[in-house]
Design a protein around this ligand. Structure first.
Ligand SMILES: Cc1ncc(COP(=O)(O)O)c(C=O)c1O
Length: 374
């Protein structure tokens, strides 16, 4: 417990929140340009959608007014794109907010949420925050979700089950057949959260069309997506969820009234039409992926097959190597703490940054082999 001074003694802090780690920001933000190259947050190296920027510049004068609480225009556009009605779409202050709303809405003390050991950290944090139990199921040796084992982990207390596809931080994905067999076997009392933050980068031809399950009337499924990655709008905080109207309506009740700001709504709407930026971003990810696969291979490393805008690779002492890379001016994410032992996650930068990073990694590894051979 936090020590209670006299002034504070009437306040009750929740143990479930006190036990969470305090989020450590990277201290590398767009408003504090520095010499560090940030390859640690899976942002879009090409920057924001230019169409979104133009639309937001035109709308800046509306900022004295509250936003449309229901983000209707954006929800209609999203719904049209995926062939669902707008009452099956909710927008959030980042998809992270939607993860929080799912915890708030579905988890009580002692309830369980099943997730991979080695996936997006918010699922774990938001589960524990509600006093819930995070049931972590190890990834398979090829770093993909072990869906049969996740099914086997379901109990009568399970309320949520997270599948991150493609998965952060490994970049791996599971295909359509596996997902449909899995969905067919999930019991009705469990809400499946299919987090598709990186769906636009997926390359496998059999990537699952999970929206089809919603079109077919599936109730216990929500799909989460974001504008932070392919559209390059991470700083705006905008994500969305697709689900059955009853689930969506329930989450609307739980959300803050004005959770998505005016510029995010306007920018998001314009970004959806920015086909050129989307195509350039995809092409850049393909090029970066091929570059890293080749260059890491040349160092004798074996990167994990990625379908995202980042790549993870086993380096051994990930924390120490990430620190040494930082000293060379490159921030990457060590992911042992996320459950992926010995690996660092490298977000794709510009091609120049990618090349600079590889030179720094080569230097760091060479220094280490010199040191260990002395
Ligand atoms: C798998 C996954 N889900 C959700 C998010 C959160 O996205 P947002 O920026 O929309 O909150 C991220 C961000 O990195 C992510 O990797």
């Amino acid at each position: 417990m936090v020590g209670c001074s006299l002034e504070w003694k009437c306040m009750q802090f929740k143990d479930s929140i006190l036990q969470l780690p305090v989020y450590k920001p990277s201290n590398l933000t767009a408003t504090q340009p520095g010499s560090m190259v940030k390859l640690s947050s899976n942002e879009n190296a090409l920057g924001p959608s230019p169409r979104a920027l133009a639309a937001m510049q035109a709308a800046i004068g509306l900022c004295h007014s509250y936003p449309d609480s229901s983000a209707l225009a954006l929800r209609v556009a999203l719904a049209n794109r995926v062939g669902l009605s707008p009452n099956r779409v909710i927008c959030g202050n980042g998809s992270d907010e939607l993860i929080m709303l799912l915890s708030l809405g579905f988890l009580s003390e002692g309830d369980e949420a099943v997730m991979a050991a080695g996936t997006f950290i918010s699922y774990l944090l938001r589960t524990r925050e509600m006093g819930g139990t995070a049931v972590q199921v190890p990834l398979r040796p090829d770093y993909t979700h072990n869906l049969p084992a996740m099914l086997a982990a379901i109990t009568s207390r399970t309320r949520l089950l997270y599948v991150c596809n493609p998965n952060n931080p490994t970049g791996t994905s599971v295909g359509a057949d596996e997902i449909s067999a899995f969905l067919a076997a999930v019991p009705d009392h469990v809400l499946v959260v299919m987090d598709e933050a990186y769906v636009e980068y997926a390359i496998r031809p059999d990537f699952p069309d999970t929206v089809a399950a919603l079109r077919a009337g599936r109730k216990n499924l929500i799909i989460l997506r974001t504008f932070a990655k392919i559209h390059g709008l991470a700083g705006l905080r905008l994500g969305y969820g697709l689900a059955h109207p009853e689930v969506i309506e329930y989450l609307h009740r739980a959300r803050p009234v004005f959770n998505v700001n005016t510029l995010a709504q306007v920018g998001g709407l314009a970004a959806l039409d920015d086909e050129e930026h989307i195509a350039r971003t995809r092409a850049h990810a393909q090029r970066s992926r091929a570059f890293f696969e080749h260059e890491l291979g040349m160092l004798g490393l074996q990167p994990i097959a990625s379908e995202t805008n980042f790549i993870a690779v086993y380096v051994g002492d990930d924390g120490a190597i990430a620190e040494e890379l930082r000293q060379q001016g490159y921030a990457v994410m060590p992911i042992s703490g996320w459950g992926v032992s010995g690996c660092i996650r490298i977000s794709f930068g510009t091609m120049e940054q990618n090349a600079g990073f590889m030179a720094a990694l080569r230097y760091v590894l060479e220094q280490r082999s010199v040191l260990t051979s002395i």
